[in-house]
Design a protein around this ligand. Structure first.
Ligand code: PGA
Length: 258
């Protein structure tokens, strides 16, 4: 049985009190988390250290939403991988479509960040996704495969096992998004799996973690998790409420006993 990953990024949401409340509501549910479920939470930078402290020794990983590929220096406004580690992060989200669309993230900077994260022992969570226009043009696969290949450029076999890829169709994300059906998501994941197997061989390609994100909710999570090439879900709105996140953990748990 492969590990089922259940993660959330809060994006730019919550104040300190709300962050603390979410964490304290989720902690009791983690006790029931099977070893085959890997939970993770990605708060905004200012709450990273607080979250890591509160979740110390809990079976949940803490991540950051972005980082600079440089270790230190004159990069005003940026946060380095070393700082993330100091604050207790073990995962770093790289290349979310909101960063690509609004903050100038490119395939090239994604690759630089993946390399830097691995150099410092952080798990890169690389987000890739097709736009609705690309979907209409019938080039979703080309777009997503290109993003994955560039993100993994120069990444060795050993390093690849530490990389997580999240397929997050841009047309599925957020309030105006239409969730991908489980078949749509699986068809892209299957292609991505083939790309990983082609690059790294069957063992590593099969072992690598592929998550789905984009309007995951309490109704569609189970069907998505049933797909052979979907190793978990990366969730926004549904998990911002602690009860929603706990319910997603419960759904993952039910998969282990099917
Ligand atoms: P959503 O966000 O679940 O609110 O659609 C997903 C994401 O951006 O990762």
């Amino acid at each position: 049985m492969k590990t089922i990953w259940i993660g959330t990024s809060w994006k730019m949401n919550k104040n300190a009190a709300e962050a603390k409340q979410w964490l304290s509501l989720v902690i009791p549910a983690l006790k029931e988390c099977d070893a085959d479920i890997q939970a993770f939470v990605i708060p905004p930078f200012p709450y990273l250290a607080q979250a890591s402290e509160l979740l110390d020794n809990q079976p949940i990983k803490v991540g950051a939403q972005n980082m600079c590929w440089q270790d230190s220096g004159a990069f005003t406004g940026e946060v380095s991988p070393l700082m993330l580690k100091d604050c207790g992060a073990s995962i770093v989200e790289i290349g979310h479509s909101e960063r690509r669309a609004m903050f100038g993230e490119t395939d090239e900077t994604v690759n630089l960040k993946v390399r830097s994260a691995l150099k410092h022992g952080l798990t890169p969570l690389v987000c890739v996704g097709d736009s609705s226009q690309e979907k209409n043009w019938g080039v979703s696969i080309e777009s997503v495969v290109r993003q994955v290949k560039i993100a993994l450029h120069t990444i060795s076999h050993d390093e690849a096992t530490k990389v997580i890829i999240a397929y997050e169709p841009i047309w599925a994300i957020g309030e105006n998004g239409t969730p991908a059906t489980e078949q749509e998501a699986e068809s892209v994941h299957r292609v991505l799996r083939e790309v990983l197997i082609d690059k790294y061989g069957t063992d590593i390609g099969q072992e690598m973690t592929l998550l789905y994100g984009g309007s995951v909710n309490l109704d569609n999570a189970s069907g998505l998790l049933d797909q052979p090439n979907i190793d978990g879900v990366f969730v926004g709105r549904t998990a911002w409420n602690a009860a929603g996140y706990v319910e997603l953990l419960r759904i993952a748990h039910s998969k282990l006993w099917q």
